[in-house]
Write a protein that binds this ligand. Structure first.
Ligand code: A3P
Length: 298
């Protein structure tokens, strides 16, 4: 349908109560039937929590820190986006994944209850990355402004309300439900649960943890290389890691950039003292049934 062509913002349509881009909901049967293999690796996040950063780290680990190998193709070709659909069916994540041999590295933003059943059945490894909700929300706001297939974000004050709403109407649904869903299942389901703030604070430590989870041991030299290759500046300059292959008709770079700031605490430049106080109160209440150690500053 024309509603979802490349140059118009997508409407949202709910799948089991979770708002998704209409183009994703439209091919939901294919997503639900996706066949994962035991050797596959799933990188799962709420949008803007550090997906691309983690993908680059993982790809470098799997290739022994070889920068050239990691530059073989742009991120979304190397590690397809499971549920993403496109007006061109050949560009759907599922089509790309079906043409790849396992072990595949798969990106998803789906909340855990919407993952295709085969992920649970095969028990394949999952890396989940979570980011503190204030920075995550700010990053998502700027992304929704610049990504012309995402729904219109509207003004900041109303975006903040939408983010906090229990019936969140942002694409991929509620941040709160998302981070809790994976947290509650992490020990039962082979999930390495990481935090954006930890990677930022001590990338070497977190990269070594990811490597261990994947059954790799990194020498000090390779570890050092991966740290250098995955800094914000290095990735921003790397055309295979900075989404520069996505045309301006989709990413409006006059508005914002995919690698925008990459910091912890940028929320202080966006939330007024009143907004921050209201956010804190709501956060305490909403997260009281599931305490996850988020850090808002490092
Ligand atoms: P900002 O908008 O705060 O800059 P995702 O990949 O999940 O869409 O997340 C994008 C966010 O991760 C953006 O946040 C982006 O700048 C940040 N990011 C990507 N690579 C990074 C890196 N190497 N170091 C720090 N932040 C990074």
């Amino acid at each position: 349908p024309e509603e979802c062509s490349v140059d118009s913002r997508c409407a949202l349509e709910e799948v089991r109560g979770v708002p998704l881009l209409e183009r994703i909901a439209a091919h939901w049967d294919r997503v639900a039937a996706f066949q994962a293999f035991p050797q596959d690796l799933l990188i799962a996040t709420y949008p803007k929590a550090g997906t691309t950063w983690t993908q680059e780290i993982v790809d470098l680990i799997l290739h022994g820190g070889d920068a050239e190998k990691a530059r073989r193709a742009p991120t979304h070709i190397r590690m397809p986006f499971l549920e993403m659909a496109s007006p061109n069916p050949a560009l759907a994540g599922i089509t790309e994944l079906e043409q790849m041999e396992p072990p595949r590295v798969i990106k998803t933003h789906l909340p855990i209850q919407l993952l295709p059943q085969s992920f649970r059945e095969t028990g394949c490894k999952v890396i989940y990355v979570a980011r503190n909700p204030k920075d995550n929300m700010v990053s998502y706001f700027h992304f929704d402004r610049m990504n012309l297939i995402q729904p219109e974000p509207g003004p900041w004050a109303s975006y903040l309300k939408k983010f906090m709403d229990g019936k969140c109407k942002l694409a991929w649904g509620s941040w709160y439900d998302h981070v809790k869903g994976y947290w509650k299942e992490k020990d039962r389901r082979n999930i390495l649960y990481l935090f954006f703030e930890d990677i930022k604070e001590n990338p070497a430590r977190e990269i070594q943890r990811i490597a261990k989870f994947l059954g790799h041991h990194l020498s000090e030299e390779i570890l050092h290389n991966i740290v250098q290759l995955t800094t914000f500046d290095a990735m921003q300059e790397n055309p295979m890691a900075n989404y520069s292959s996505i045309p301006d008709t989709i990413f409006d770079r006059k508005v914002s950039h995919f690698l925008r700031k990459g910091e912890v605490g940028d929320w202080k430049n966006h939330l007024s003292p009143e907004e921050n106080a209201a956010f804190e109160t709501h956060y305490m209440e909403t997260m009281s049934d599931c305490e996850i150690p988020f850090r808002f500053v490092i």
